[in-house]
Design a protein around this ligand. Structure first.
Ligand SMILES: C[S@@+](CC[C@H](N)C(=O)[O-])C[C@H]1O[C@@H](n2cnc3c(N)ncnc32)[C@H](O)[C@@H]1O
Length: 182
């Protein structure tokens, strides 16, 4: 999807998009790198696939990436990838965590770009708590957001979480947090 098309889709549903532009290639690569070595990954809020593409680049040929995306236009762009390792679910992450089938042998990593600050506090806490539950022991959880607001909550459930500000994405700069489930 071209940047102008992303902007149009994002403006039509800003509450979910939370940003006007896709993640830059540099920040997507940084996130993909953090997931290096994992075979079964779930992505929350894949958009038109900027981060998805980099995850797939780092993923082994027998890996599987389950990409959840609530917006139909973005989901169409993800379907067009045509990568056999990628399964696109047009689903709300909250619904998926409550009722969805996780069609993976196990969840080794989760990466989330959904705008957590737009969720009500109970739902936000449930997303992080449920993510810990679905992750396999030793699994990795990566969150990238325009605001660091989510971090204390993440730390509550993942005490070893570490966060930094990445200027590899300028519009907006992203706070990237990485945690491991003990
Ligand atoms: C900040 S954008 C990130 C897009 C893409 N991952 C990137 O880095 O360019 C957030 C994405 O999450 C999606 N999203 C927001 N809330 C969601 C939800 N509850 N369930 C599924 N997708 C959601 C939006 O439609 C949007 O594509």
């Amino acid at each position: 999807m071209r940047k102008a098309a992303f902007l149009k889709t994002a403006l039509s549903d800003f509450r979910h998009a939370g940003t006007l532009f896709p993640s830059s290639q540099k920040v997507s690569d940084e996130i993909g790198h953090a997931l290096n070595g994992h075979r079964y990954i779930v992505e929350y809020g894949a958009g038109d696939g900027a981060v998805t593409q980099q995850i797939l680049r780092h993923m082994p040929p027998d890996g599987k990436l389950l990409a959840l995306e609530i917006n139909d236009d973005f989901s169409d762009a993800l379907d067009a990838f045509g990568d056999a390792r990628l399964a696109v679910k047009r689903q709300d992450v909250v619904h998926f965590l409550n009722n969805g089938a996780i069609d993976l042998p196990r969840v080794e990593a989760v990466v989330s770009g959904i705008p957590l600050s737009f969720l009500d506090p109970t739902t936000r806490a449930a997303v992080i708590r449920r993510t810990k539950e679905i992750l396999a022991p030793g699994g990795t959880f990566v969150i990238y957001q325009a605001s660091p607001f989510f971090f204390p909550l993440m730390r509550l459930h993942f005490p070893n979480a570490k966060m930094h500000l990445s200027l590899r994405n300028l519009l907006p700069p992203y706070f990237i947090a990485v945690a491991r489930k003990d």
